[in-house]
Design a binder for this molecule. Structure first.
Ligand code: NAP
Length: 280
């Protein structure tokens, strides 16, 4: 029988704990999110982040900028936030419009305020096994789920499908730092099914419904579905053929209710850590 990994439950537990801790402080942790343009999905995400942050006792602000904002103007906003002592954490919602150099924007954020852990300093610290100021929220959330369900990582074969800077690469570093044997797959990987079938822990971050098939999954594996896809009917589904894979996996995350809620919980956890860093 497959065990469901309940991300909603764990995220509520984490957020509840953070809210209790925040009550003890005179100051409130400050999270500012910058959003550029009118992408409806990004707006929904950003508003959800703000709502949860405020419910948890944080100060949260959204800075909405038009699609045609220049690189220079955007960098000026970031400079101001870097110098504002009420702001502990800065998040720039991605993707940014094409005329903006995303790497330069992420590099502009002070590493000590980089709540997404995307600054090269934080990425580098993660890779060399030094504590970053913050770790990319989604892969960090996956590690918390594995730990909550006592799923052993050390010495296990972990296969990640997807090599993005947001999910796949930081996921690989986190698992490697926890002594897993890690394989990262991508669109040029040969014999993907065979590589996946060796995984004790299989993590998919591709963005295609029913991409991961039951034949790819080893009996008793843990399957983590990071993917978020909309079907033609508007239903939210992951990358994994949940029904069929559930017959073989020992543990599986559902979509929705798996990795998704953990991303916001880890955003708040990161904000709290940065707040504590600034108020030592
Ligand atoms: P991304 O930047 O588009 O990366 C997708 C990755 O999948 C790439 O590395 C790509 O390989 C790989 N890929 C594409 N087709 C493949 C194939 N046929 N075989 C093997 N690999 C293939 O996406 P992302 O930002 O990492 O996000 C991935 C998914 O996770 C999306 O559905 C996204 O919405 C979701 N997501 C969810 C959360 C959450 O909180 N739940 C957070 C972040 C992302 P190449 O590098 O070779 O192109």
């Amino acid at each position: 029988m497959v065990n469901l990994i309940n991300g909603r439950e764990l995220s509520e537990k984490i957020v509840g704990k953070i809210a209790l801790e925040v009550k003890n402080y005179d100051k409130k942790p400050g999270l500012t999110v910058i959003i550029v343009g009118e992408d409806p999905a990004s707006k929904i995400y950003v508003n959800k982040k703000k709502k949860t942050a405020e419910k948890t006792g944080f100060n949260s602000e959204i800075i909405e900028l038009p699609d045609n904002v220049s690189q220079q103007e955007l960098e000026k906003y970031i400079d101001e936030l870097n110098n504002n002592s009420a702001v502990d954490a800065i998040l720039v919602q991605l993707p940014l419009p094409e005329h903006i150099n995303t790497y330069e924007i992420l590099e502009k954020i002070k590493p000590e305020k980089d709540v997404d852990g995307f600054h090269p300093v934080n990425v580098g610290r993660l890779v060399i096994g030094l504590d970053p100021y913050a770790v990319s929220c989604t892969p960090f959330g996956v590690i918390k789920l594995l730990e909550e369900y006592n799923i052993e990582i050390e010495g296990k074969n972990a296969v990640i499908i997807g090599r993005s800077n947001i999910v796949g690469k930081p996921m690989a570093s986190l698992l490697l730092n926890k002594n897993a044997t890690v394989t990262v797959c991508h669109s040029r990987t040969k014999n993907l099914a065979e590589v996946c079938s060796r995984a004790d822990i299989l993590i998919s971050a591709v963005g295609r419904p029913k991409f991961v098939k039951a034949e790819w999954v080893k009996q008793g594996a843990t399957v983590i579905d990071v993917g978020t896809n909309r079907t033609e009917e508007g239903k939210l589904v992951g990358d994994v053929d949940f029904e069929e894979v559930s017959k073989k996996a020992a543990y599986i995350t559902p979509v929705p209710g798996g990795v998704g809620p953990m991303t916001i919980a880890m955003l708040l956890a990161n904000t709290l850590e940065l707040f504590k860093l600034h108020n030592k």
